[in-house]
Design a protein around this ligand. Sequence first.
Ligand SMILES: C[S@@+](CC[C@H](N)C(=O)[O-])C[C@H]1O[C@@H](n2cnc3c(N)ncnc32)[C@H](O)[C@@H]1O
Length: 427
Amino acid sequence: MTCGLPGAVIRHVAESAHFTLHTIRPSAIIIQVGINNLFVPLDDPQWLTLDEDLGRLFDAAMAHAGIVIVTTPFPIEKGFDEPDSSVLLRAQWLAEEVVPAIFRQAATRSLPIIDLFREFSTDDGTAKPGTTVDGIHFSAEATVGVRALYEARLLNLSRSSTGDLGAAIDLACAQLDAARNDFDCLRAILPQSRKATYESSDGFTVWERATDPFLEDPKFKRAYAKGNATGHRFGDPKNLHIEWRVLVGCWAAYHCRLIEGDFVECGVNTGILANAIEEYIDFNNISKDFFLFDTFNGIPVEQAAPGEIEHAQSMNDAFYWDCFDIAQKNFSHMPRARLVRGVVPESLSTVQIDKVAFLSLDMNIAAPELAALEYFWDRLTPSAIVLFDDYAYGAVQREEMNRFAISKNTSILPLPTGQGLLIKPFI
Ligand SMILES: C[S@@+](CC[C@H](N)C(=O)[O-])C[C@H]1O[C@@H](n2cnc3c(N)ncnc32)[C@H](O)[C@@H]1O
């Protein structure tokens, strides 16, 4: 397949001739022309002769390629105001020999090629702001953006990774869409860029779905911010980006506020979820206790199954410390918050709880969670919700919880957040 994008649009190119080849995803090769005057094919740096070794380089990558994108790793500004410099000579050599050779190699293999080099005017030595390829204008930023886009995909980065990267990706998406729409031969190859409406650090991205109803909801934003500000030591203290996870908890609590029984959380730490819930459903104005069970000092590793010990230990080392004072402070505005310090399940029977409307299990290991589930099952009011924070993480937890659910003739809904949701059946 050939695209007919003209190699001639590249008149003057990079300041030197360092080639790096990226096989980015099954349908693309990106060739960068960068800063050193070497060809570096794959992992095997060596001098190359143009057709022979470029051919080898192409062949090595061809197995996966459907399109060649020639780009630069960054805007090329330096060197071109020195007309006699070796930089300029190398640039001319690139423009006149190397890039045409790339096009030849691509054509030999019937590969479409899209050229995102910046175009330079040698008349006054100044760089033009971008490149026009058959009527499509690729700005310099877009050139960088395309690379960012592909690298982001390669590395599985999200748009929230950095502001600059995010902006570059947005731009690249727009440019790719333009190219895709204007060239038939690219339509089948280039993916239509899609807009991620939710990108979190919580393991998943949502494309083209309405997330504004909660991400922009002032009530939810207040609740989320309150939970996030509890002084936890997980990840980024400014924002953990667990919005959807917190939303699930808030939604469940909102449902459960109308059900007979108290709220219970086993595994509280500084109280991210419980604080968000309090704010979201105005907990202080409903007539319930919120029982909050925790050692407030980490996971008792002796409770961990063999397959959980290492993880439990690393969680203790990384995230948990004696946070009881902080937790007490965080719940001091909730007259009916009942902090119970101690090891679950032994601590459960130290307080009287007759009926439960909402049960959150978040202790990172299976044994105390299963024990708590067994302890509270008969106390759960029909249609009460059990929220498993770690359901889709450790296999031990998941299998134990599944076994329990099956024994009760019900099942747990896995969520993309990693949580699990169970509704106490009416039986
Ligand atoms: C992931 S944190 C809970 C986070 C909390 N749900 C939030 O929203 O901030 C897990 C907590 O479980 C507690 N924990 C683990 N095993 C426990 C057990 N057997 N008894 C009591 N607390 C336990 C740890 O001390 C830790 O604070």
